[in-house]
Design a protein around this ligand. Structure first.
Ligand SMILES: *Cc1c(COP(=O)(O)O)cnc(C)c1O
Length: 368
C-alpha cells in the first residue's frame, strides 16, 4: 500500500479490476433487496449504510489512518461526538476562541447530559484547572477561529491524556491534509466537510475520524438510530472535492500567507491574524502543519464596524458570505453574528484559488 496519505486518498487497498467504473458511483437507494437476516446480504436499510458514504469515508480514512463516520453536517457530527464523549462524564471543555456554533450547541444540550466549560486554551494553567474537575472530553480547535492562533496541540492532548480525558480536535480549518491530530494522540478529529475538505461551496456535510473502535461503534449506532445521515449525492460531491484537497489547500495556504504579509504593511489595517504571527507559533507550524497553515486569515480594519462593512461591500472579486475554504475567495465581518466573540472591525478572509495579483488588486480597491 502507498505510504503517502496524498496517494492513499486517491487509491484504496485493492488495485482496480477490469470492468470497475473509473470513478465511484452515486448510489441512490432507500433499501437494498434482501430476504432478511440469513441471506448473506450486508446491506439493508439506507439509514444504516450506503456505498457512496463508504467511498467518502474510505478516502478520508486513508488520509488520516482512521475509521470515519460521515454525517449530514459538521454540527450533526459535533452533536454525535458530544453525546458519545459525555456518556461517563458530562463536562466538555470547549475553546473560547473557536467556532461559536459548537459552544451554542453545547449550551443547548445543558440538561441533556452535556455540561460545557469554556476556557482559553492558549492558557495551559486554565486548561489544567478545568481538567482537575474531571471531564468527558477536552475539545480543541487549532488554528483557532477567527483569531487564527496556533495552540500547543501536543501539549493540550498530553494534558488531557495524562488525566484519562478524551481529546477531540476540530480540524475544519487545517483539514486532515495539513494537520493529523490522531497521530498526536487525539481520540477523534471532527471536520465540517462543508469547508475546505470538499472545497467547492456546494454542500453541507461533516465527519468524525477515530482509531478507537468503541467510539466508532457508538457514532455509527447514533447515526443509525437518530438518522443524521449524509445525502448520497452530497457524499458523492464531497468525495469528488476531497480528492483534490491536498493540492488545493497547499496552494490556498501559500496565497493566504502572502496576502497576510501584504496586509501587514497596509495603512488602513491595524492587525493581521495568520498562523505563525505570534510567539512560538512558527515552531508549532513546523512540527504539526509543515505543508501550510490553511486558507483562512483575518484582519482588523482601522475604524468602526461600519468601515469594515464598507470594505467587504466594495470588493468585486471576493464574495461576501459566511463559510470558508472554497475555491473562490470569500470574506465577512465576523462580529455581524451575535454569538461571535471577534472584534467588531475584524474581517475574516478565506483565500481561494484566484491569482494572487488579482486578489491583491481587489483587496486594495476594497480598502480604499
Ligand atoms: C462550519 C464549522 C462547523 C460546523 O459545520 P457545518 O458543516 O456548518 O454544520 C464546525 N466547526 C468549524 C470550525 C466550522 O468552521
Amino acid at each position: 500500500m502507498a505510504q503517502d496519505p496524498n496517494t492513499r486518498i486517491l487509491h484504496g487497498d485493492e488495485p482496480s479490476r477490469d470492468g470497475d467504473p473509473s470513478a465511484p458511483p452515486l448510489e441512490l437507494a432507500s433499501f437494498y433487496v434482501s430476504q432478511g437476516p440469513g441471506d448473506g446480504v450486508e446491506y439493508g436499510y439506507a439509514r444504516s449504510e450506503n456505498r457512496t458514504w463508504e467511498a467518502l469515508e474510505g478516502a478520508l480514512g486513508r488520509l488520516e489512518d482512521a475509521r470515519v463516520t460521515s454525517f449530514a453536517s459538521g454540527m450533526a457530527a459535533a452533536q454525535a461526538l458530544l453525546f458519545a464523549v459525555t456518556t461517563e462524564h458530562p463536562r466538555v471543555i470547549l475553546p473560547s476562541d473557536g467556532y461559536y456554533g459548537v459552544r451554542s450547541l453545547a449550551s443547548a444540550l445543558v440538561g441533556r447530559g452535556v455540561e460545557p466549560v469554556v476556557v482559553d486554551q492558549g492558557d495551559s494553567d486554565a486548561v489544567r484547572a478545568a481538567l482537575e474537575g474531571g471531564a468527558g472530553a477536552l475539545w480543541i480547535e487549532t488554528p483557532t477561529n477567527p483569531l487564527l492562533r496556533v495552540l500547543d496541540l501536543q501539549g493540550l492532548i498530553d494534558l488531557a491524556r495524562a488525566r484519562g480525558v478524551a481529546t477531540v480536535v476540530d480540524n475544519s480549518t487545517a483539514t486532515a491534509a495539513l494537520q493529523r491530530p490522531l497521530d498526536l494522540g487525539a481520540t477523534a478529529s471532527v471536520v465540517s466537510l462543508t469547508k475546505a475538505s470538499s472545497g467547492h461551496s456546494d454542500l453541507v456535510l461533516g465527519a468524525v475520524s477515530t482509531r478507537d473502535p468503541e467510539l466508532l461503534a457508538s457514532l455509527r449506532h447514533w447515526r443509525h438510530l437518530a438518522g443524521p445521515i449524509p445525502g448520497p449525492f452530497e457524499a458523492w460531491l464531497a468525495l469528488r472535492g476531497l480528492r483534490t484537497l491536498p493540492v488545493r489547500i497547499r496552494h490556498q495556504s501559500k496565497s493566504a500567507e502572502r496576502i497576510a504579509g501584504w496586509l501587514r504593511t497596509h495603512p488602513k489595517v491595524s492587525q493581521v491574524h495568520y498562523p505563525g504571527s505570534r510567539e512560538g507559533e512558527a515552531e508549532r507550524i513546523e512540527r504539526w502543519m509543515p505543508e501550510g497553515a490553511g486558507p483562512l486569515l483575518s484582519f482588523e480594519v482601522r475604524g468602526t464596524s461600519a468601515d469594515a462593512d464598507a470594505v467587504v461591500a466594495r470588493s468585486r472579486l471576493i464574495r461576501p458570505g459566511t463559510s470558508f475554504g472554497g475555491v473562490e475567495s470569500s470574506w465577512e465581518r465576523r462580529a455581524r453574528w451575535g454569538a461571535e466573540t471577534a472584534p467588531p472591525n475584524l474581517i475574516r478572509l478565506s483565500v481561494g484559488l484566484e491569482g494572487f495579483e488579482d486578489l491583491i488588486e481587489d483587496i486594495s480597491t476594497a480598502l480604499g
